[in-house]
Design a protein around this ligand. Structure first.
Ligand SMILES: C[S@@+](CC[C@H](N)C(=O)[O-])C[C@H]1O[C@@H](n2cnc3c(N)ncnc32)[C@H](O)[C@@H]1O
Length: 371
């Protein structure tokens, strides 16, 4: 039976509307979800619940905008195979590190050996690029580049690359309250709103390297205890063009929003230090593109194409779940152009954010099928 308008404009789904005390930050960032900061991810518990409601055991899930890999990690926890696509190479590196099967003994050996050699001073700093010189204090530059010089010696080089990126993020000369998109290096002491005192820009990176190397190891081990033996495939490329595969049992995704976040730029330090492939001109909805009419039109075209291609990769009757906060009401047209029928929506109240981005809003999970 076709759903009624009331079902489509559903009331709040209380089971998906967690408060800060229901789901404190520690729980939202369990195990590998906190391997590296990433602005714009959805919370693992939402994905867990959607998988539980919409995907049967042994299925395969596709996320064409996989970001930091929340869908992939939760699929592994729920005993499902998955594929994640992203245009940003740092995001793909992060997803691979989170989801790979590890021999924990060899992993621990690599991480501890690299750390010990770094602390003995075995690494060699090379000439920094302009970005690195501008954004880091001289001692931090030398430490980051010395750690980088050791990474290639190890089987688990990608894990060490994530440690380097996280240390580099924390060691930038920024204020403590603007780590997401700092505009210019902070060279002098400043009044810190976060700590309510005068703070100084960071001068060293070595303590971050140590802290994050050990934290990464602990988180990968913790995840190894709860994950299944299923696989997650990571595809780097533009979801408008890449071959996605076929016969998925569900799509779960949260597309970028127009004009909100630059997904490459937020990890600029990682691109600079790791020499990653930068394809920012292919990013859909990038903040740099703005929200004028032509930008919204190209966003709509792009998302509709990705959803249409994703739906074509589903087995007949399988659902496509899209998590959005559609303030601009673009999604009715996007779904129609993608050849999708909206069959329901889970509306959730989001009110658990802390810090400078605190605030509450509503978000929908659109439940669609091929029309
Ligand atoms: C809202 S984020 C997804 C976050 C993800 N749900 C998570 O929990 O980490 C949207 C992602 O879409 C990616 N993206 C943007 N344009 C893309 C494109 N043309 N093809 C594939 N991915 C793209 C961005 O790099 C970003 O990581």
């Amino acid at each position: 039976m076709a759903p009624t308008q009331e079902a489509i404009y559903a009331e709040l789904d209380a089971d998906l509307s967690w408060s800060e005390s229901d789901l404190p930050e520690r729980v939202r960032t369990k195990h590998v979800h906190r391997l590296h900061p990433y602005l714009g991810k959805f919370i693992p518990q939402l994905v867990e619940e959607l998988l539980h409601r919409h995907v049967t055991a042994g299925g395969r899930v596709l996320d064409p905008f996989a970001g930091s890999g929340t869908t992939l990690v939760q699929s592994l926890e729920s005993g499902l195979d998955s594929t994640g696509v992203d245009i940003a190479s740092f995001n793909c590196l992060l997803m691979k590190v989170k989801t790979r099967h590890y021999n924990l003994f060899r992993l621990e050996h690599d991480v501890r050996d690299a750390l010990a050699r770094f602390e003995r001073g075995d690494g060699k700093a090379t000439r920094p690029t302009g970005f690195v010189r501008d954004w880091y204090a001289p001692a931090a530059v030398a430490e980051l580049l010395a750690f980088r010089s050791l990474i290639g010696d190890y089987e688990h080089a990608d894990v060490l690359r994530i440690v380097l990126a996280r240390a580099a993020r924390s060691a930038r000369r920024t204020t403590h309250f603007d780590l997401d998109f700092p505009k210019a290096p902070q060279l002098e002491p400043y009044w810190c709103y976060k700590h309510r005192r005068e703070c100084k820009p960071v001068e060293h990176a070595s303590h971050f390297v140590r802290r994050y190397a050990l934290d990464t190891l602990a988180r990968l081990k913790e995840f190894a205890r709860v994950r299944s033996k299923h696989d997650a495939a990571v595809l780097h490329g533009d979801a408008r063009e890449l071959e996605l595969g076929a016969r998925f049992d569900a799509v779960i995704t949260s597309p970028p929003y127009p004009g909100l976040i630059d997904y490459h730029e937020q990890h600029r330090y990682a691109y600079e230090l790791l020499g990653l492939d930068d394809r920012r001109e292919r990013e859909l909805g990038a903040a740099a593109g703005g929200t004028a009419k032509p930008a919204l039109a190209s966003y709509t075209d792009g998302i509709a194409l990705v959803l249409e291609r994703s739906a074509a990769a589903l087995r007949p009757g399988a659902p496509l779940l899209v998590v959005v906060n559609d303030r601009r009401e673009l999604y009715p047209e996007i779904l129609e152009r993608a050849g999708l029928r909206l069959d329901g929506r889970h509306r959730r109240h989001v009110n658990r954010r802390t810090g400078r981005r605190a605030g509450e809003y509503f978000e929908d999970v659109l439940v669609a099928h091929r029309a």
